[in-house]
Design a protein around this ligand. Sequence first.
Ligand code: AMP
Ligand code: MG
Length: 403
Amino acid sequence: VRTDDLISIAQAQQAVLGATTAPLPAEEIPVTEGLDRVLAADLAVARDVPSFRSSAMDGYAIVAGAAGRRLTLAGEASAGHPAVHPLAGADHAIRISTGAMVPDGADAVIRQEDTEGQDGSIITTAASRPGDNIRQPGEDLAAGTLILLRGTRLGAHELGVAVAAGAGALTVTRRPHVAVLCTGSELRAPGAELGPGQIHNSNLVSLAAMSTRAGALPILTQTVPDDGPGTSHAIARGLEQADVVVISGGVSVGPHDHVRPALDALGVTQKFWGVRLQPGKPTWFGTRGDRLVFGLPGNPVSAVVTFNLFVYPALSALLGAILSTGKDGSARLTVQIDKNPGREQAIRVRLRHGDGQLLADPTGPQGSHISSSLIGADALALIPQGTGRLKAGDPVRLIDLLR
Ligand code: AMP
Ligand code: MG
């Protein structure tokens, strides 16, 4: 990669998004399977929530009035079990629980604590007004209201609200299928005994995990030794089965880097190779039809950084997800950092609050082989290319990290 051929992070992201066509098709799923999926259609409230006048307290359904009244107890309404008879009149009360349907004839609920119990009757010890302690129909969610928009990523809150709003099924975007191919003859399976010169294949697990977190489905994960035919075969399979092929390692210029020749032979068109980014310079991106292919550098830190910067936006676009730019932002560096004249740096940082500001602490040594710099990292802080340095206290731009 010649330095003057390199493009900026922003240019690389534009190239990726430019090559990522419309979102994938929609599918219906049960709401119980909706976690981390992306809505493909706006979700409206099916019917008022609550759909009936509902008691907000444990107490008695009554006709509102002054304190000091003796009311005859006649019946009970509990959650899921409405009273059998309506309230007979202003001198009657029906025992009621939180969440129970307020019986016809009653216009208030008086709290248990505002009454004194007698045999078969109660005495009100506080005045009440019409509507007291009654949740009105539609007070929480009114029928027809759009509560979740297309492109929303579904978390625990969204799913609970969707169910409350009456949804049993959800229309979501199909998950992008991702093939994770890790090249390197030195790579061994997690936990395996290591021979001389061998290392554990950490990218195989972390790239699949980030794909899942991003809302995609890692359908194929494979370790590929550094040889031409094996590399071609694995990539061909990835292109057949997946929407997005993520390759780690083998994209540099060494004699054992077989990925680019294989991609070329398979008709994958290069969109860029080389980004003015540290770590992550040799990142490669190309397409074949609507297939997206990423060649990420093998160093685990570089792989994580480039996945977040380039693969995540592509997966989000395929999902039609509203990018949560709210999570990106800025913070103040807590240490000084020398700029790199040739490249933008993506420093892993932990975020904390101090002096009413968001502070970014680098996670320690930042070499691309220092995987411990990923532990506890909340975000990437982007250090602009240039000369001189950023001082402690200077603002930096943040990119959220998948974890
Ligand atoms: P490469 O990009 O193939 O030149 O690899 C760069 C460095 O990352 C080398 O030290 C590799 O051993 C290491 N590496 C490559 N792939 C992986 C992987 N899947 N897991 C952990 N380390 C890797
Ligand atoms: Mg390699």
